[in-house]
Write a protein of this length. Sequence first.
Length: 371
Amino acid sequence: MSIWKRLGFLFTLTVPTLIVVGFFLGGFWHYAGFLWAYMVSPILDEIIGKDPENIANDQVNQVAQEKYFDFIVQMMVPIQVFLLIWASYEVSLRQMVWWELIGFLLSIMTFTSGGINVAHELGHKQSAWARFLAKVNLMTVAYMHFIIEHNYGHHVNVATPLDPATSKKNQTFYQFWWQTVTGSWRSAWQIEQRRLSRKNQSMSNPWHNQMLQFMILPILFFGSITLIFSYLQGQFIWEIPVFLLAQSYMAFSSLEAVNYIEHYGISRKEIAPGRYERVNPLHSWNANHLYSNLVLFQLQRHSDHHAYASRPYQVLRHFDQSPQLPYGYPVMILMSLVPPLFFWVMNKRLEAWQAQAYDAEHIAQIVKATA
């Protein structure tokens, strides 16, 4: 991997930097983080282009073990915690007019939604420390059950009717949002219930039941911030919990928009009642735009991630045979909010995938490429 690509992952610091700078500049600059992600990044994707390069096989193990890449992801967690505490403090001072507050909220949401991606990467690691950091980041957006359902539900059932995080053809994002938010919550409870049952432990014991912990911890986090700054201001600051809940809602909704586009209409072949073919890189939409892949820790190389979930982000591979999105995630997220446009762009691509999805020769190419 080139030194420029290694350094390129530091572009993930752009949005939090713009949030802080934009706040002190004031006015329309409060929108800087949001506009950078959803307007400037797509332009950079088109200017810089795509990145089909994969790490050479003889270098994969070395690059996968480099601590530099772990450090970049892990440092994003304290940055997110600090940024939310600082943002809450500024909200407690009530110095922004309503339209500035909206811009500040949108920019904060842009960063914390990316924080769920950070938690996603950390949550797949074997390290107890990395998984702890993943839970901390998910706590800040009140979506801690994601670490259970994503790892033990979504990755098992992706591209099947059993997966609430797989969107169907002609299903709007708004219909999918309800399906995935409620379905993933139920799935996480069921997974946790099975885990505790195997250990003969009670679901009602919060020391054992992670789902109870995951409900309590965000309340404690948001409540502590609210009480501390309310005490300092000498009155209850109701804007703080509203702000924190709003950024949480918007952050996890952004995550689910990503799930929506990553798996839109894709389905695995049922080889026996209730049994499906093994996941391969044909079963997720892929995007290989260089800039957005750098800031998203190569999440857009999603086909390889689902085929090999334990692969660190820095060595995820691109496969030409995978179904390809026409644009990077920022554009696709905005497009998903306009269903007729999204269907017009994606359905013809989905139908092309469906035409070759069960083609034996095409599947053989995928298997050979991933060997």
